[in-house]
Design a protein around this ligand. Structure first.
Ligand SMILES: Cc1cc2nc3c(=O)[nH]c(=O)nc-3n(C[C@H](O)[C@H](O)[C@H](O)COP(=O)(O)OP(=O)(O)OC[C@H]3O[C@@H](n4cnc5c(N)ncnc54)[C@H](O)[C@@H]3O)c2cc1C
Length: 434
């Protein structure tokens, strides 16, 4: 039951693990949506590359996504214009629209249940916020419309619609596009030196390295432990409910999201910082009980993503001092289009080509944002909390998650099974069993 609908739909063929020392032009570390798309693009351009995955490909965050492919990333454009101006906000939107088109191009040739759908962000009580977002998006030259009602079974105060967005099955997609990529599974990179990665059974030398490990694991450079935190949320999938056409998201961080997959409706939400108190699936299941009396729950799963300081991912050089090391992270729960944007930008950077979008996503932009101080505060409090269960990443106090029976870290979002086995990074090691 804790398996996602995607994991249940397909099993991806296994790849060998690395044994011995090898050389390549580009090494990609991590085989989620981001790493696989980077490798796919490099392959398409005829660049020699190898992907090292610590576990199985698509076994990380990507297997638990809801897989909407859209440039509508919540209510962000009014704020992006305020923070960075019209030009940069437009580049962000254009990059994600281009990503959507790239998906469409690839998906035409493969079977991955790709469907064009409209995307909506609704508000239950803040019409003005929705109206402002419609105006902001229109000022960027993109057509967003205001709606007073939707097909969902409750009243709203307003919704913003982006037409012609999309949804798909992410694991079917990965299974298809990874066929011609040189991949080593069960090949965990435990150490990086300039142009060299170390795994248990061999090393990989590369002219360029892309870290696509969800949370970047090198602490010495780039300060990702300050620039990122993780947000957890929950999904339940129901059969026997009225079908929905669009893809929906509440503008309120605690609200719900909806999409369909075949005859099943996915309801997600109840976001919170990983490691904080939560009620997990309860509000989602309460909602379904109230509005979908005949609904039958088929799947239920949880997931989390890395959140940046300013709603823009970090894609580019890992740090100022690591010239051939690249990173893509901080997708803010929009890693489908963001992974495609990362593949477009990083392939160009590695080839030495100009990319119009690179500056907007640069990890070297200013970190002086309010979220930085919240992240700093959380880390300080949890480092000083005197309980014996500590995270193997930077030593923060772990919190027991009674819904998922895991130990979760409120500082950076690492998670561990009850027996101490690591589930989610940035931690690289298990913790001791009690
Ligand atoms: C509830 C929820 C719903 C979401 N819905 C959407 C949506 O509708 N649309 C959307 O655009 N986005 C969505 N997202 C976000 C999206 O799912 C993620 O941003 C994306 O899947 C992240 O992909 P990734 O490749 O960065 O990470 P991952 O899929 O986690 O891949 C990283 C890989 O790196 C490997 N790895 C880690 N460390 C090492 C190492 N040292 N050596 C080797 N391998 C290593 C891991 O095993 C893993 O396979 C959602 C997120 C959540 C939480």
């Amino acid at each position: 039951m804790r398996k996602s609908i995607w994991s249940d739909s397909i099993s991806i063929s296994e790849r060998p693990s690395l044994s011995g020392d090898i050389k390549t032009d580009v090494l990609i570390i991590g085989g989620g949506m981001c790493g696989i798309l980077c490798a796919y693009f490099l392959n398409q351009r005829g660049i020699d590359c190898v992907l090292a995955e610590g576990n199985r490909i698509a076994s990380g965050i990507t297997k638990n996504t809801t897989a909407k492919i859209t440039s509508q990333h919540g209510i962000i454009y009014a704020d992006l214009i305020k923070q960075y101006g019209l030009e940069k906000a437009k580049l962000y939107l254009d990059a994600n629209q281009k990503a959507l088109l790239e998906y469409e191009k690839i998906c035409r040739k493969i079977d991955c249940d790709f469907e064009k759908r409209n995307a909506y962000v609704y508000s239950l009580d803040n019409r003005a916020k929705i109206e402002d977002e419609v105006k902001a998006v229109n000022s960027l030259g993109f057509n967003a419309t205001f709606l007073e009602e939707t097909e969902l079974p409750f009243k709203i105060d307003g919704a913003v619609c982006f037409e012609n967005q999309a949804q798909f099955n992410p694991l079917k997609f990965i299974s298809e596009i990874s066929k011609n990529i040189k991949i080593f599974e069960n090949t965990f990179v435990y150490k990086l030196a300039p142009n060299k990665a170390f795994t248990k059974n061999g090393t990989i030398k590369a002219k360029s390295i892309i870290v696509a490990t969800h949370f970047p694991f090198l602490n010495k450079h780039g300060s990702y432990f300050l620039k990122l935190y993780q947000q957890r949320s929950y999904v339940s999938a129901y059969k026997n409910v009225p079908p929905i056409n669009g893809m929906y998201l509440d503008e309120n961080i605690r609200g719900l999201s909806f999409r369909s997959y075949k005859d099943i409706t996915l309801i997600g939400g109840n976001n919170h910082r990983t490691g904080k108190k939560s009620t997990a699936w309860e509000p989602i299941n309460d909602f379904a009980q109230k509005h979908y009396l005949s609904g039958e729950r088929m799947f239920q799963w949880g997931n989390q993503d890395c959140m940046s300081l300013d709603n823009i991912p970090y894609i580019g050089h890992y740090s100022k001092n690591t010239p051939n090391l690249y990173v893509a992270t901080g997708f803010n729960k929009w890693g489908m289009t963001s992974s495609m944007v990362a593949a477009m930008i990083l392939t160009d950077m590695i080839e030495g080509r100009e990319n119009d979008f690179a500056e907007v996503f640069s990890p070297q932009r200013s970190i002086l944002k309010p979220q930085l101080f919240i992240n700093g505060f959380e880390s300080t409090v949890n480092l000083l909390t005197p309980i014996p269960k500590r995270c193997s990443h930077l030593g923060c106090a772990l919190k027991w998650n009674k819904y998922e029976h895991t130990w979760d870290c409120p500082c950076h979002g690492s998670r561990f099974e009850e027996n101490g086995r690591i589930i989610d990074n940035p931690a690289m090691k298990n913790i001791k069993k009690d």
